[in-house]
Design a protein around this ligand. Structure first.
Ligand SMILES: Nc1ncnc2c1ncn2[C@@H]1O[C@H](COP(=O)(O)OP(=O)(O)OP(=O)(O)O)[C@@H](O)[C@H]1O
Length: 364
């Protein structure tokens, strides 16, 4: 397995820049999820590594070797696609063996590798079937096996679970994670599903508009989002974002919006003072807000818009200063629409962003 290095990678389609000077390094054996909304440049980035597209600028190195100009077949990279791309008329055994036959691998070695891959993926009993006789999850395992037999330096996966139903997706997610742990493989995995990325990856590369917004561990991306985009994209329900003005009141610093004001803790006040103007965006996760049914000091008055029970948690949608917030509640709480409520902010878990640059204002 190998390290993959992106250095100021640019891809233009005509005059449209789909990937804008993207730099990051995937360490040997790491599982990195490329995540972002539709059209942000994930598949383009993956195809640049695979050699299915040519770079406009920058460099990609695999194991220290620049691969920009190498033919796809010489890159020693295996790709697993969303649609599996299995040969319908070949058996599972033939599908698995195909990449090795193309490379003229001796028969004994080929059989051994196919059997090893089948054992690892628990598809030995399916070796003589054809793809149409397999479930979606089984087909996905065969597609993975076909990548595996090549023993590549890097695995690239483009939304490999998106054709599966929700339950199977969760199961295959765990299997893929285990597969990565067992092989210690370098994996670059494209998904638009931030939860999939959070649960599987060692690191997340969050993209938007062709720009790499943040490259870090899932924990850091969640706890310390680099900017408003990442804060809103990662986490479900999304982080609550509330525009506010910073007001100095005597020695105290307040964040104020339409019909509300919140005294900031000294740490958050220090962050707010570093904003480029007097406008900030407050960010609060649904789990960091406390809902009171009686007025309480330091809280913001609000009104319940609607209540969504989900079984494990209930989500209260609450109206504050023309915006709607989501707050998670214990399912035992009885709250109804239009009820007046008061929101308490856990200031240790409050995020502040500069309203002009949209960048995070680190605490303290
Ligand atoms: N061949 C092409 N010619 C022109 N523009 C393209 C071409 N391929 C992709 N694009 C544009 O480049 C941008 C990035 O596309 P890309 O397929 O990489 O996005 P993505 O993040 O993988 O999206 P999705 O999740 O929908 O697959 C999009 O705006 C897309 O319309």
């Amino acid at each position: 397995m190998a390290q993959v290095e992106f250095q100021e990678v640019v891809k233009r389609y005509g005059s449209f820049e789909a990937v804008k000077s993207v730099s990051f390094t995937v360490e040997d054996g790491e599982f990195v999820a490329l995540v972002g909304p539709s059209g942000c440049g994930k598949t383009t980035t993956l195809n640049l590594i695979a050699g299915l597209l040519d770079l406009t600028g920058g460099a990609i190195r695999v194991g220290g070797r620049q691969i920009n100009d190498l033919d796809p077949k010489d890159r020693d990279i295996a790709m697993v696609f969303q649609n599996y791309a299995l040969y319908p008329n070949k058996t599972v055994r033939q599908n698995l063996g195909f990449p090795l036959r193309m490379r003229k691998v001796p028969k004994r070695e080929l059989e051994e590798k196919v059997n090893d891959a089948a054992r690892l993926l628990d598809i030995t009993h399916l070796l003589d079937r054809r793809p149409r006789e397999l479930s979606g999850g089984q087909q996905q395992r065969v597609a993975l096996g076909r990548a595996l037999v090549r023993d590549p330096q890097v695995f690239l996966m483009d939304e490999p679970l998106s054709n599966l139903d929700a339950k199977l997706r969760v199961q295959m997610r765990a299997e893929l994670k285990r597969f990565h742990q067992d092989l210690n493989a370098t994996v670059i995995y494209v998904t638009h599903d931030q939860l999939e990325a959070m649960t599987m990856a060692d690191k997340m590369a969050v993209m938007s508009g062709g720009v790499l917004q943040q490259y870090d561990t899932p924990e850091r991306v969640f706890e310390e989002p680099a900017n408003v985009f990442v804060a809103g994209f990662v986490g479900s329900p999304a982080m609550n974002l509330l525009p506010a003005r910073v007001v100095e009141n005597g020695g105290a610093v307040q964040a104020a919006g339409e019909g509300w004001e919140l005294a900031l803790s000294p740490r958050n006040a220090a962050s707010a003072r570093r904003a480029s103007g007097d406008a900030v965006i407050l960010g609060a996760r649904h789990s960091s807000l406390i809902l009171h049914e009686e007025a309480a000091p330091g809280c913001i008055a609000a009104k319940i818009y609607t209540v969504e029970p989900t079984g494990d948690l209930t989500y209260a949608h609450v109206e504050v200063g023309g915006k709607t917030f989501v707050i998670s509640l214990d399912p035992q709480r009885r709250i109804r629409a239009d009820q007046p409520v008061w929101i308490e902010f856990d200031q240790d878990r409050l995020h502040l962003f500069d309203a002009v640059t949209e960048q995070r204002l680190p605490p303290g």
